[in-house]
Design a binder for this molecule. Sequence first.
Ligand SMILES: Cc1ncc(COP(=O)(O)O)c(C=O)c1O
Length: 428
Amino acid sequence: MKFSTDKKFAKSLDLKDPLKDFKKQFLIPGKGKNSQIYFCGNSLGLQPVTAKKYIETELKDWAELAVEGHFKGTNPWADYHKLFRKPLAALCGALPEEVVAMNSLTANLHLLLVSFYWPRERRVKILTEAGSFSSDIYALTSQIEIRGFDPAECLVEVGPREGEFAIRDEDIISKIEELGDELALVMMSGVNYYTGQAFDMEAIAEAAHNAGAYVGFDLAHAIGNIPLNLHEWQVDFATWCSYKYLNAGPGATAGLFVHSENFHLPRFAGWWGNDEKERFLMKPEYEPSIGAEGWQLSNAPVLPMAVLKASLDIFQKAGLKKIFKKSEQLTAYLEYLIKIKCTPAQKEKPYKIRIITPTEPSRRGAQLSIYFEKGDGKRLVQQFAKEGIILDWRSPNVLRVSPAPLYNSFTEVYTFVEKFAEFCEYIN
Ligand SMILES: Cc1ncc(COP(=O)(O)O)c(C=O)c1O
């Protein structure tokens, strides 16, 4: 699409936007003219208007049916987790039996590492991207230690080349090839939280398998943000949280994916992972359910999961194709405006910025990371907040801007860039 710097152009895109009415499905802080421009959906998504109603349905059943709600409720709780098979499969590009909503991201990652990290003989190493989220590093390090190995030797990172911020997929693949039979697992982000870079998960999965290793992804910043095709890409496992692009609320119930070829793997056991026909027989023998649901430990936390259901129903109504198409346009428009309006003509300005998120649409989602080469960018977050524009800062040097296709508009992107240019004194 060819963009223009004219504000009327932003308005015309909003008028044509097939998703424009979806904004009304979310609670946006601030009222009327003072409602916020919220570009922080990559950190915590907004509350669906229907969240309360969905929770109230379950509270009402609890009040009126108590224990009978497990089997006679509006959405019988004993089977509540099954409501998420179809929508999560669509988001992941998976078979319905390959996904399950459960736990939190880091708890799931540990459960998956129990199944997929099998250090043996020479094959002991885990490859990850440099600059991945701290919680993932802690999980990987502790898993290596608990198996009696040394993280300094076993955890290998691939970083960007000198002077670059994004990590080249080809460098990840060469490192996989170089590690060869020392590699037990590739475990990394699908989209990096700091740079916003989306990795070529299919090519990485192929290289890992060629080396004889398993491959898994942290999809915290990918699910609901970029198209995924985990089954066809032959990804072995993945996990995600649901409070970012999935808008399911703080600490929302997360999820995991296990490829059908791995359903046989051993795992930590709990009664909800047991075959449902046997679940209430209370036998000591464990007969795992076939599929990702066989990785569950406990019965579903229905109240928080009700919000996830409210949110996924919105995704289903809006349609993933439309969401991803608008997202690509919004981010491209944001990048276009920043490049034109925030490039100082004079060299001596208080701030010097550069966008470190890759430009190619296939290598990013709904986030641009603006790196401050000069000036206190962190201060700007407060300045923007006073104007009702919500962004976030990630140490050491990045301002993250994330226009969400379900509730952000092209005009909001325009308003942000105008303010940004003003705050950075880029107006000539
Ligand atoms: C990329 C990434 N991985 C892991 C986590 C940790 O998630 P949790 O605290 O839900 O386990 C986060 C949290 O924001 C994240 O962004």
